[in-house]
Ligand binder design. Structure first.
Ligand SMILES: O=C(O)c1ccc(O)c(O)c1
Ligand SMILES: [Mg+2]
Length: 627
């Protein structure tokens, strides 16, 4: 199966686009006419440049407003087409996309359009070229692939076929299974795009909000499944009109595109194994089984402050690395690693951003298979030299150059703690049992990319995006969680540097973990134990508790207990949720303690504005050490 991407999906000039597309491992490109016109070079130069990158031109597009025109407009449209045929021959591509007309003077009628296409087919065939007809969702007379197919069928010409684009079919909620009735050899080209479920004008939605398959809400795998069931054997190409991508990193968007395309093709193959998808076998998505460890890079007084904070949170220092200045802190199933090395990955992380989460370890069933899947999706493995007696843990680069490790119960990896840190069982401390969620802060424009990163690699479900109101701007939050909730990651995207998340990005020089939420089965008992160890929670104002009393029917005494311990509360139809925050630490990192009632799947989003206001008050009042 040839993979392809339209040049319109990326930022930069044509040369930069080709470099990024080739580096991301695509086989070919659709040349979007504007990209060609803006390029200072002849069609033959462009063709050479594309091929020099090892790429093929899979399609030239779009040719607009062709069919159904009255004379003399009709004759002019044919003349225009002949000029584009000249261009295609020089470029070295044989397929042109004609999208359904939006011309105000175009006339309807399937036979009229079919006759136009028959004649265009004759002219194309004389030059060895082919025509693909695509129904735009907002076409004047043709806005449905079924009508476009009927026109192609009646045109009755071997050089005229159909172009299918998942956006146009799925945005209009047309059942993709209707594609199964079309003969595969009459489909000349297939374009894929996803989009978020937002109600808006179709044209505006298509031109600004398309995204990579898996990043949005449309059933793109079902669409591709129907296409493949026809026996279609041509390229599968991404055509993503998106404002963020047009302004984003060319290489990153190309890499994301490749990742999404391989993931969706693999999904289709798994959904219908009989389909012929020419794609090397790759391991399936695995369910992450929890967070095995979280590692901080730190030094000097920051490291001592973090150690002290961990002590007040009930952690015990249980081990020291056999070769390195790296300590292990444990409580229940939680492992926190404090890395003060002066060389290697953690040291680089500390130098560039101060105290920061430099590594995360995820527990999985088969670590090597996760690494292999990541590789097939275009993610290089991460490795650094091993010291004597150290365990080689499979890993890749995660958010902002941090490292994501995969640990499975196999003999080699499971013994890492005993072998490198000499530790056995974990203390129960103050009753914190496991990592409930990891909150990663990033800029809003990176959220789609990281959503895709996790969801293409792991079996997860993503929630819809939630707006979190910081007193100084909006932060958008997206949850990626395993279906059983054992691994939960919240991605928080900041637009403005004035939000707490935005100022954290600035303080710590880029995206990273801003908070770590730890679970307890009894938050009152845990906080009582922590108070004895000197833990001071983030204070909440009386107004917050007065409002809680008004909003919820709480049992006698519970409100007072929550106020005394600075506990926040939420409840939905499925259960209750208690949360409490630590004060912010270097650069704005903090811990959260949570008690999740059975069934509650949220994160206390209604409390976020009050929590953020309290944190800002605390940071202004005390002055957070900024390393
Ligand atoms: O928005 C458009 O005009 C447009 C052009 C060409 C396409 O293939 C398409 O899907 C949309
Ligand atoms: Mg299209």
């Amino acid at each position: 199966m040839k993979t392809s991407i339209a040049t319109v999906s990326l930022s930069g000039n044509l040369q930069e686009k080709c470099e990024a597309i080739a580096a991301a491992r695509f086989d070919g490109i659709e040349i979007f006419e504007q990209d060609f016109i803006a390029y200072d070079g002849s069609p033959a130069d462009v063709g050479r440049m594309v091929r020099d990158h090892g790429l093929e031109i899979t399609l030239f597009q779009p040719f607009r407003d062709f069919e159904g025109l009255p004379e003399p407009l009709r004759a002019k449209a044919f003349d225009r087409a002949e000029r584009k045929f000249d261009l295609m021959q020089e470029l070295g591509t044989d397929l042109i996309l004609v999208c359904s007309s939006v011309h105000p003077e175009s006339l309807g009628g399937i036979d009229r359009a079919a006759a136009d296409f028959h004649e265009l087919g004759e002219r194309a065939a004389a030059r060895g070229l082919r025509i693909g007809y695509e129904a735009l969702a907002w076409g004047r007379h043709v806005d449905d692939h079924r009508d476009a197919w009927e026109i192609v069928r009646r045109a009755g010409h071997d050089s005229v076929g159909l172009v299918l684009d998942s956006f146009h079919t799925l945005a209009r909620k047309i059942d993709p299974d209707t594609i199964r009735r079309i003969p595969g050899d009459r489909i000349f080209f297939v374009q894929l795009a996803d989009a978020p479920a937002i109600e808006m004008d179709l044209l505006y939605w298509s031109r600004h909000f398309r995204c990579m398959p898996g990043e949005g809400d449309l059933p793109v795998p079902e669409f591709l499944q129907a296409v493949m069931a026809t026996g279609y054997g041509g390229p599968v190409s991404l055509e993503i009109f998106n404002d963020q991508f047009r302004g984003g990193s060319t290489r990153q968007v190309a890499r994301d595109g490749y990742r999404s395309l391989v993931a969706v093709m693999d999904d289709v193959r798994r959904a219908e194994p009989a389909l012929q998808l020419d794609l090397p076998p790759i391991p399936p998505r695995q369910k992450p089984e929890g967070v095995a460890f979280v590692e901080f890079a730190s030094r000097d007084e920051d490291a001592r402050a973090l150690e002290a904070l961990l002590g007040t949170l009930g952690f015990e220092r249980t081990g020291q690395h056999r070769n390195k200045k790296v300590a292990l802190f444990q409580q229940g199933d939680i492992r926190i690693v404090l890395n003060e090395e002066t060389t290697g990955h953690a040291a680089s992380a500390w130098i560039s951003r101060g105290t920061t989460v430099c590594d995360i370890g995820l527990a999985v069933g088969d670590a090597q298979a996760v690494l292999d899947r990541a590789g097939a999706l275009g993610t290089e493995p991460f490795a650094q030299p091993l010291g004597p007696g150290e365990v080689d843990i499979p890993a890749v680069r995660g958010l902002s150059g941090s490292v994501l490790h995969f640990i499975d119960p196999g003999a080699d990896l499971a013994q890492v703690w005993a072998q490198e840190f000499g530790v056995g069982s974990a203390p129960s401390g103050a009753g914190l049992t496991r990592v409930d969620h990891i909150a990663q802060t990033m800029s809003y424009e990176d959220m789609l990319s990281w959503t895709l990163f996790y969801s293409a690699l792991f079996e997860t479900r993503k929630s819809s995006m939630v707006d979190v109101f910081d007193p100084d701007g909006l932060v958008r939050s997206q949850v990626i969680a395993s279906t059983d909730g054992r691994m939960r990651i919240t991605l928080n995207g900041a637009d403005s540097h004035r939000t707490l998340a935005g100022s954290f990005l600035a303080e710590t020089f880029g995206a990273s973990v801003q908070h770590l939420a730890l679970a307890t089965d009894d938050i009152f008992a845990t906080l009582e134990a922590l108070a004895k160890r000197g833990f001071t929670p983030l204070p909440m104002p009386q107004n917050y508790y007065d409002d809680l009393a008004a909003r919820f029917d709480l049992p006698e005494g519970l409100l007072d207990k929550m106020r005394d311990r600075c506990i926040l509360y939420d409840r939905d139809a499925d259960g209750e949720f208690f949360q409490c925050y630590s004060r912010a630490f270097a650069g704005g990192f903090f811990f959260e303690l949570v008690q999740r009632g059975p069934g509650y799947q949220g994160y206390g989003a209604p409390n976020a504005p009050f929590r953020i206001a309290a944190q800002k008050r605390q940071m202004r009042g005390k002055g957070v050490p900024s390393r």
